[in-house]
Design a protein around this ligand. Structure first.
Ligand code: HEC
Ligand code: HEC
Length: 291
């Protein structure tokens, strides 16, 4: 630095050479890369990780007692909970304990998983009739898997790629446009009635978006803003990133306006709930939004 400062001070000397153009930063992704599936260690810890991975991949086969619909964790936590912007389990793992307004207290990771069983997996309709308890081995195995996926991330570090992208709410969310987009872009896989596609043996090929085999209306995916972010980043499968934010909102509103299992918090005491006139659309904003 000295020579250039000296030349600036020296009256009448030639203009200083222009500062060198900064070299572009090498494009290093800061996104966490979870360890490869074939590196799960041997021994009891590795066994727990493998069991947890299997539950996330195919919940109906590996945790049938708590499976209340046709969904598996990986239908929303895509690539077995590895994919950034699809609520990856590694990012979740390091982000708890955390306060959740949904239940008004600080949740640990264990409780957060049980929440997805209650709402996304509709555990009220499972053989057990409820989500696994905090000491259930199913929870311990999923925790082991998420802990292993998070290898190398600092606890509490709020990693990039957590959750789904947050999309700004558009002025108008259009359910009719959502319906026609659904028919063009989604129906081939998810079915005319949102029922998904099952193989001859009942295996889920494309998961249901609404109806009795889908998430219930207490689920995170039943919030239009959350579903819009998920759809924007992750659908249509194979053409991710091809929808605009507006289209994602319209689709989310259309899907979340369809019938689905009751929220267990309302199931008792409220005999019938009108699925088309509740506050599903924008939980905090009341039913008028988006129509
Ligand atoms: C219908 C889709 C769906 C299914 C199926 C599902 N989840 Fe979720 N899960 C969500 C949504 C939506 C969120 C909230 C993400 C957000 O708000 O950013 C979430 C959040 C989570 C979180 C917290 C994520 C974070 O970053 O805070 C965990 C952990 C989790 N789910 C675990 C599971 C497990 C384990 C299963 C299977 C037993 C499962 N989920 C099944 C949709 C689903
Ligand atoms: C090529 C087939 C295909 C198309 C087209 C497609 N999806 Fe999906 N979708 C899938 C698959 C497969 C999954 C489960 C992801 C996994 O397990 O990897 C999924 C999962 C979902 C989920 C979360 C799981 C559930 O059942 O709720 C939603 C919501 C969703 N898709 C919405 C849409 C929307 C909206 C469109 C149209 C814009 C769309 N999808 C188009 C194949 C497709």
């Amino acid at each position: 630095m000295w020579p250039s400062i000296l030349s600036l001070l020296a009256c009448g000397s030639p203009a200083p050479a222009p500062a060198p153009t900064p070299q572009p930063e090498p494009a290093v992704s800061t996104l966490h890369q979870p360890p490869a599936p074939d590196t799960i260690p041997e021994g009891p810890f590795g066994d727990a990780v493998r069991r947890g991975q299997a539950i996330v991949q195919d919940t109906q086969t590996h945790a049938p007692q708590f499976s209340g619909n046709d969904l598996s964790c990986k239908n929303c936590h895509i690539e077995d909970g590895r994919k950034a912007d699809a609520a990856p389990l590694w990012a979740a793992f390091v982000s708890y304990p955390a306060y959740r307004s949904k239940n008004g207290h600080v949740n640990d990771f264990n409780e957060r998983i049980r929440g997805c069983f209650t709402y996304s997996m509709n555990a009220q309709a499972s053989p057990a009739g409820a989500a696994p308890g905090p000491d259930d081995p199913v929870i311990a195995d999923i925790e082991a898997y998420a802990y292993w996926l998070a290898t190398g991330i600092e606890v509490g570090s709020d990693p990039e790629g957590r959750g789904f992208p947050e999309l700004a709410r558009p002025e108008h969310v259009d359910i009719a446009s959502g319906e026609s987009l659904y028919q063009q872009r989604c129906m081939a896989c998810h079915g005319a009635e949102g029922q998904g596609v099952n193989g001859p043996d009942g295996t889920v090929i494309f998961p249901p978006l609404w109806g009795p085999q889908s998430f219930n209306w207490g689920a995170g995916m039943h919030r239009v803003n959350t579903a819009a972010g998920f759809i924007y980043a992750n659908m249509p499968q194979g053409q991710e990133g091809s929808l605009t934010e507006q289209e994602s909102w319209d689709l989310a509103l259309y899907i979340d306006s369809q019938e689905r299992p009751q929220d267990p918090r309302y199931a008792e005491g409220e005999a019938e709930r009108d699925f088309h006139d509740h506050d599903c659309a924008f939980h905090e904003q009341g039913p008028e939004q988006g129509s």
